[in-house]
Write a protein that binds this ligand. Structure first.
Ligand SMILES: Nc1ncnc2c1ncn2[C@@H]1O[C@H](COP(=O)(O)OP(=O)(O)OP(=O)(O)O)[C@@H](O)[C@H]1O
Ligand SMILES: [Mg+2]
Length: 300
């Protein structure tokens, strides 16, 4: 698969930021949003909230991740990049408690995690979107987003069934929160539409809405812009930055469009064949010879 946003310049070196269709298409993303983002980050220098130490994960004979260590700071946008099969989605699945690494430690908000389940991750404020959209296609946008509130339901089954007393108040609170998310992501017009009828780009936005409905403090996004056209990508970039700025949500982002990654992330970790080959600011990663080699292929 070709790397979007990375081309070889006249001097044989890769050209990154600005080569992306998204970044190149809007002066706003290149200038305004970037500057605004830098400002927001200066205000919100965060502590390490997730520390992954020497993580190794294999499936039978396949080593998906080998001895990977990196951390995530509160309020930052942390990108994970790397070629197909590098182990990016596996890493998100480890953070989310879907996969349990054979080796390594995971410390989240000061506590070491042992055999955590995805529902525990949700309860701890971690929400995610998937590489392949995971929504109920026959259900409306509104109902899909409502499922994002599941981990927050408190009233018992009986009270909910009778829609009685506290359950009723709770339902109202959930509905209100969902409406806020719908307004925030500007999807009022499609709130009653079955998800399966929506174009792909909008389905991705609905999936983000479902994740946001859980009011996460950490959001894991697995290729939120894959398969989108330029305009849809611009919108998605804008929403990701808005979520980060307005709610202070920490974001771990897997994305193949390098222009986007270089523009909106604070730090980038680079995986290749299940190993970490780079980690740092976009500038540092761009200059890393191992990363350049992985991107442009051997011989460059
Ligand atoms: N559940 C699984 N069972 C067996 N092998 C798996 C499983 N999940 C991932 N793998 C393998 O682990 C390796 C890393 O896969 P992963 O999906 O994490 O890569 P990725 O970087 O997300 O790739 P892509 O860019 O294509 O999404 C691959 O070799 C993949 O085949
Ligand atoms: Mg993947």
């Amino acid at each position: 698969m070709a790397w979007k946003g990375v081309e070889r310049g006249g001097d044989g070196q890769p050209v990154w930021s600005g080569a992306s269709a998204v970044a190149g298409a809007t002066a706003e993303l290149q200038g305004g949003v970037q500057a605004e983002h830098a400002q927001a980050q200066a205000r919100q220098a965060g502590e390490v909230i997730l520390d992954l130490q020497h993580i190794s994960l294999s499936f039978g004979g396949v080593k998906a991740l080998t001895d990977i260590s990196f951390d995530v700071r509160e309020h930052e946008i942390r990108a994970i990049i790397g070629p197909n099969g590098a182990g990016k989605s596996s890493m998100l699945n480890v953070i989310n408690g879907v996969y349990h690494p054979q080796q390594g430690r995971i410390v989240f908000r000061g506590e070491e995690r042992r055999k955590m389940h995805p529902t525990d991750a949700a309860r701890q404020g971690i929400a995610r979107t998937f590489q392949n959209i995971a929504l109920f296609k026959g259900m409306t946008v509104l109902d899909n987003i409502m499922t994002g509130r599941n981990t927050r339901f408190r009233s018992g089954l009986l009270a909910n069934a009778l829609w009685w007393g506290p359950a009723r108040n709770e339902e109202m609170r959930h509905r209100q929160k969902v409406e806020e998310v719908i307004d925030f992501l500007e999807i009022q017009a499609i709130r009653k539409t079955p998800v399966g009828r929506l174009p792909y780009g909008l389905q991705k936005r609905v999936e983000l809405a479902r994740a946001l409905a859980a009011e996460p403090s950490m959001l894991l996004l697995d290729e939120p812009m894959a398969g989108m056209n330029v305009e849809e990508k611009q919108d998605m970039c804008r929403f990701i930055l808005d979520v980060n700025h307005q709610f202070g949500t920490t974001i771990v982002l897997i994305e193949h469009d390098m222009g986007v990654v270089m523009d909106i992330s604070d730090r980038v970790v680079v995986l290749d064949y299940g190993k970490k080959i780079g980690d740092g600011t976009p500038e540092a990663v761009k200059a890393n010879p191992d990363v350049i080699r992985a991107y442009l292929g051997a011989g460059h």
